[in-house]
Write a protein that binds this ligand. Sequence first.
Ligand code: A2P
Length: 316
Amino acid sequence: MKYLTYQQTKVPALGLGTWKAKKGEVYGAVREALHIGYTHVDCAPAYMNETEVGAALKEMTGSGQMRREDLWVTSKLWNNAHLPGDVQPALKKTLTDLQLDSLDLYLIHWPVAFKPEVALPKSGDDYLSLQEAPIIDTWQAMEECVAAGLVRHIGVCNFNIAKLEDLLAKAAIAPMMNQIELHPYLQQQKMLEFCRQRQVLVTAYSPLGSPDRPKGMKKKNEPTLLGHEAIKAIAKKHGVSPAQVLIAWGLQRQTAVIPKSINQVRLRENLEAAELRLEENDLRHIAKLERGYRYVDGAFWEMPGSGYSTKELWDD
Ligand code: A2P
């Protein structure tokens, strides 16, 4: 297993994504994944499945098949718990659901805040602005969670460089991680460079292009990553699958990669991608696929009066 290193901490570079893994499917998937050698699980209360993930974690660690300290568990603070007094209760609920005493990593899921009673906003009135719920206030409450021993490391998701820079300037504990969408159509070169310089790790989400997103989140005529001819050709040359090429590409760029699967065969296939070594020539071909394309573009937070727009979310 490959690791990313952060100060004295080793983060398993390949993790299991659980977004879109449904109840009834995710328990078996997590159990199988840990059984075959995954040591990193990426979770969030917004995925509505943490109790099932927790049951699988408990089964594996409680039965002695795996030690808790050999497992890396990440979860995320949902957008309706950004007010400082809401952060620790949200984390405690996640810990209860995951049946853990502490997390390895807790991330701010989006730099977007909702009113506390809102799970998913229906109108602009359901939001809090970043003036009403400043990121730094949320962050200080996250820092208190570290002091309370509820989580070892803290970080963010979906932050652009400007927001990261601002947070790095103000934080007492620097963010360990920025989890962002990252794949050959959205290579995030500038972000990777910035994060390398400022010692922030990067996790690539939707590394396979997230083909199982709900219809409402899909645009017409979306480009597919798994079906791209260049990816298929590289896969054929190495005798592997397109998914393995995409995962290996992310790992070779020193990012953590969290492909989601609930299928036994594909779970193993994805894990084995860590053994694949892409050649310089492969990397050059993949570099040409950049098109600034986001599958998860944040447009769902754009509604009249919300105060949030994709323009201020991203650098591009
Ligand atoms: P499944 O869960 O049935 O395996 P992403 O990680 O980018 O969000 O993509 C997840 C999607 O990719 C899911 O639809 C998942 O389906 C599918 N998937 C996961 N692993 C593979 C693989 N090795 N080959 C093809 N599709 C895969």
